[in-house]
Design a protein around this ligand. Structure first.
Ligand SMILES: [Zn+2]
Length: 217
């Protein structure tokens, strides 16, 4: 370590406090400015921010600050992809409630992201496992259902008799459950499907219009 008077803890704390107090990264609608929406991705709250996150979110942070300095009205949100199979599996493994496990991890990871000094508008934070977020998924599902775009049918899934759960393809290793090594069987279950094929042609037709946004940077 070079001998230096630069005190990282003091300096980073000082500026991060200042950014927080002055709401430096709050997304404010300003009609005089051009809008810029920047979303890297919402991490799954596994418990720790790892170097893959740091790399990914550092790149996004650079883009965000660059666009702010170019005069754009930037919205740079953060949230948590916090629902489903991984949370259930982690909870089974640790023998605690999935909600407890997930919310603890979110609190810990939020703190780590804040300490990185990333330019998120934390007032817009969302967590996919909380009712104020997933109510919109439910609302959309009902609209799909009313229009015949959500339907049920029986289909085969990977099933572990010992864990009593469905397994995603990547959780089947050499035909066995990744957790308990029991042989995976195929089981027919009633499942919900979305009729996305109804929109395949339309998507193809409009594909050439989807380059907007990629070339503005
Ligand atoms: Zn298993």
């Amino acid at each position: 370590m070079p001998d230096t008077d630069y005190n990282f803890t003091d300096i980073e704390n000082k500026w991060q406090e200042y950014w927080k107090d002055t709401k430096q990264f709050k997304a404010i609608e300003d009609l005089k400015k051009k809008k810029y929406y920047l979303l890297e991705m919402f991490p799954y709250p596994s418990g720790d921010i790892h170097m893959g996150h740091v790399r990914n979110y550092s790149i996004g942070d650079v883009v965000s600050r660059f666009k702010i300095m170019q005069g754009f009205s930037v919205i740079h949100p953060m949230g948590w992809d916090a629902f489903g199979l991984p949370a259930e599996n982690a909870a089974i493994k640790r023998n605690i409630h999935p909600a407890e496990w997930t919310l603890q991890n979110i609190a810990k990871m939020r703190l780590q992201l804040v300490r990185m000094g990333f330019s998120y508008d934390w007032e817009r934070e969302v967590a996919a496992c909380l009712p104020d977020y997933y109510k919109w998924g439910q609302w959309l599902f009902l609209r799909f259902y009313e229009r015949g775009l959500a339907y049920r049918k029986s289909a085969s899934v990977n099933w572990c008799d010992s864990c009593n759960t469905v397994l995603a393809n990547e959780q089947v290793e050499d035909g066995r459950c990744w957790r308990c090594k029991t042989e995976v069987t195929q089981k027919f279950l009633e499942q919900w499907f979305l009729k996305i094929t109804d929109y395949a042609e339309e998507l193809l037709e409009y594909l050439d219009k989807f380059t907007v946004g990629l070339n503005t940077f």
